[in-house]
Design a protein around this ligand. Structure first.
Ligand SMILES: [Zn+2]
Length: 212
């Protein structure tokens, strides 16, 4: 069985992909992890590294090469849980050439909840602690701007401003909404409520896939 999980950053898609892969006994394949883990002694690896260092999305032809290579490995022969690709309709056409999905799971979550999860994050400033809290949703720090674990001050990350989060949400809809519609038309889509606690989201996935 080949599964695809679609969801916005902050929806918990990585966590759910891992849990599902474990349950099904097939590998969790994340294009993000593949790109970060490329062998930099190869020409392909060096190319990928260049894009990632600049914070630019790795082009489709490179991701396709890496993905094809990963999928050709022995452990993928019974299927995979793929996450991170395709992100849009064009990429869905590319991937169709070499991988067909049995089911596509879309984690739905309101824009407001995504905004709270991403924009509310505050990080412990103590490098040895690195605990993460959230001022807008759980886990909230018990004492305002102070880390529960070590008592150091908490601070937001400078590169994750409210504007950046809003822009990311808008961009996600632009790309992913047509992708979700496409898989709905293909009869493959299963919608999952992504606003529940991690365990409950996992349960809903197993139930809807008939894996209980
Ligand atoms: Zn701390």
């Amino acid at each position: 069985m080949n599964m695809l999980i679609i969801g916005i950053r902050g929806s918990g898609k990585g966590t759910q992909a891992k849990l599902l892969a474990e349950k099904m006994g097939i590998p969790h394949v994340s294009t993000g992890e593949i790109c970060r883990g490329t062998d930099q002694s190869t020409e392909l690896g060096m190319k990928v590294r260049k894009y990632m260092d600049k914070g630019i999305l790795v082009p489709d032809d490179l991701v396709t090469q890496l993905l094809k290579h990963r999928l050709s490995q022995e452990d993928c022969k019974n299927g995979v849980v793929l996450e991170g690709y395709p992100r849009n309709r064009d990429q869905a056409e590319i991937i169709k050439e070499f991988l067909s999905f049995d089911k596509v799971l879309s984690l739905t979550i309101s824009d407001e909840e995504v905004f709270n999860r991403l924009a509310g994050r505050v990080f412990c400033t103590n490098k040895k602690c690195e605990a993460i809290f959230n001022t807008l949703t759980e886990p909230k720090p018990k004492r305002g701007g102070i880390c529960d674990k070590c008592g150091s001050p908490l601070a937001p990350r400078k590169d994750i401003t409210e504007e950046v989060v809003k822009r990311d949400i808008a961009r996600y809809h632009e790309e992913a909404d047509p992708l979700v519609d496409y898989y709905k038309q293909e009869g493959l889509l299963i919608e999952i409520n992504g606003e529940q606690p991690i365990e409950d989201v996992h349960e809903e996935i197993l139930q809807k896939l008939g894996l209980h």
